[in-house]
Design a protein around this ligand. Structure first.
Ligand SMILES: [Ca+2]
Ligand SMILES: [Ca+2]
Length: 248
């Protein structure tokens, strides 16, 4: 279980305690059994509140900032689509996979994906990310009923937390865009990052072609200070609970 899950469980426990504390005394005693009222929100109540506050601050802050990312990036020179010996003018089909190997084991907290490519018609492309467990999502705008003109993806970062959805972007899609709903990168959260990641592109129309240039996998981690706050808060809560048990 990662730090975020631990924090969620602790905050949920605290919320339960708060809800019980709001009940009439007789009802509260029935609910808690051996648990005494003074232990829950008597002398240690304010300390418990501070501990929960620290966990909350540590848990919420990383949602608003990408801090200390671990980045795996690689340059490529892959034709879109891949060359076909039997058809020198091939202009429709799959690109050879752009592959990045992540050599370390760690739990994914938040993943962003950056790409750069040239193509004379960005409308033709479906862009997929396939993770080590073979889970696959389509990142880009791909509704072939909504034609748009323009070239390239230049410095495009797919990020679930981006304000602009990719379907509202325009070539060359420079900046941060949110993948379409149902294809969010959170699909990979809580998984092990270790293994083979594949960026796959299907060029769905004839005539136009291009070249894939760059791929980045950006793994964001909770800020160390936030992790420290969550750990300190969780430890405090544990000590308070242990102390409560000893008093019974
Ligand atoms: Ca993100
Ligand atoms: Ca094409």
């Amino acid at each position: 279980m990662d730090a975020r899950s631990i924090a969620q469980r602790i905050v949920a426990d605290a919320s339960r305690d708060s809800a019980e504390a709001a009940l009439p005394l007789t009802r509260r005693r029935k609910l808690s059994g051996l648990r005494s009222q003074s232990n829950c929100f008597g002398g240690v109540g304010w300390r418990r509140s501070i501990a929960v506050f620290l966990i909350g601050v540590g848990f919420c802050f990383p949602a608003f900032a990408d801090i200390a990312p671990v980045i795996y990036s690689q340059d490529f020179d892959l034709p879109i689509p891949k060359p076909d010996i039997s058809d020198p003018c091939v202009s429709k089909g799959w690109m050879e996979d752009a592959i990045i190997q992540v050599p370390h084991h760690f739990t994914i907290y938040d993943l962003n994906v950056g790409i750069s490519l040239t193509h004379t018609s960005a409308f033709d492309l479906q862009i997929f990310l396939k993770g080590p467990t073979n889970e696959k999502i389509c990142l880009n705008r791909y509704d072939f009923n909504e034609f748009f003109k323009g070239e390239n993806y230049k410095g495009t970062v797919f990020d679930d937390e981006a304000e602009v959805p990719i379907e509202e972007g325009k070539p060359p899609f420079a900046g941060r865009f949110r993948p379409e709903s149902g294809n969010l990168l959170e699909s990979f959260d809580d998984q092990d990052a270790y293994g083979t990641w594949r960026l796959q592109i299907y060029d769905a129309r004839y005539s136009d072609t291009g070249m894939f240039n760059h791929l980045e996998l950006i793994f964001n981690a909770p800020e160390p200070a936030s992790a420290l706050l969550m750990t300190f808060g969780a430890t405090s809560l544990t000590l308070l609970r242990r102390r409560g048990h000893e008093r019974r």
